[in-house]
Design a protein around this ligand. Structure first.
Ligand SMILES: Cc1cc2nc3c(=O)[nH]c(=O)nc-3n(C[C@H](O)[C@H](O)[C@H](O)COP(=O)(O)O)c2cc1C
Length: 189
């Protein structure tokens, strides 16, 4: 592989929300390939502090309903929109969701373990890009609460959010989230 190909994949990777997903489900093998690539991320002392759980079936509906009700509590009556509320209930209907769990090792600073999980998520995200699958990392309070309520979280484990994935709808507008130039972020000392 040439570096130009890798650079192209890295720069092509984008956040795609669940509202961008079509109702064509992801095959199990695709999900497994993506998570398998996550497992090859580097970890200090090879701790591999992660665990992933696929939320499918009833979770697609239940996540949306939970999010809608969670955010409803945060809005004033003036801010609340019933249309938005109903839309949020259906938000995750087309998503395959992967709960991201981290159990930091006591032998390392916690940030290193979180960084390692982030490397795993980036591997998954880049894999999605190559496979033309949409995805994004959701670390919202409602999303994390939903995971904590719906599955067993082991002692010492933390939920670091959910990776949402799905086949992309046709004719989506390309999202252009520009980056600051190298000259502003790299200095040679
Ligand atoms: C650790 C992490 C947490 C994120 N959490 C959220 C989130 O909770 N909600 C959201 O809309 N996007 C979330 N994102 C996605 C970012 O908003 C997105 O990556 C950023 O806007 C850049 O867009 P791009 O991914 O298309 O390049 C998260 C990204 C990272 C790396």
């Amino acid at each position: 592989m040439e570096i130009e190909s890798l650079s192209e994949i890295i720069k092509k990777r984008r956040t795609y929300y669940a509202s961008d997903f079509s109702n064509e489900p992801l095959p199990r093998e695709a999900v497994e390939t993506i998570v398998e690539n996550g497992l090859w991320a580097p970890t200090h002392k090879l701790t591999q502090p992660w665990r992933f759980a696929v939320l499918e079936g009833v979770h697609k509906q239940e996540m949306g309903v939970f999010m809608a009700n969670f955010y409803r509590e945060l809005f004033t009556i003036e801010e609340f929109s019933n249309e938005r509320f109903e839309e949020t209930k259906r938000y995750a209907n087309n998503a395959t969701m992967i709960a991201i769990l981290c159990k930091p090792s006591s032998r390392l600073p916690e940030w290193e373990e979180v960084a390692a999980v982030s490397c795993a998520v980036q591997n998954m995200w880049l894999s999605c890009t190559v496979m033309n699958i949409g995805g994004y990392w959701d670390t919202g309070a409602a999303t994390i609460k939903y995971v904590e309520n719906c599955m067993e979280i082991k002692e010492g484990e933390k939920c670091l959010g959910v990776f949402f994935m799905g086949n992309l709808k046709q004719d989506l507008m390309e999202v252009n989230r520009k980056r600051k130039p190298l000259s502003k972020k790299l200095s040679w000392i």
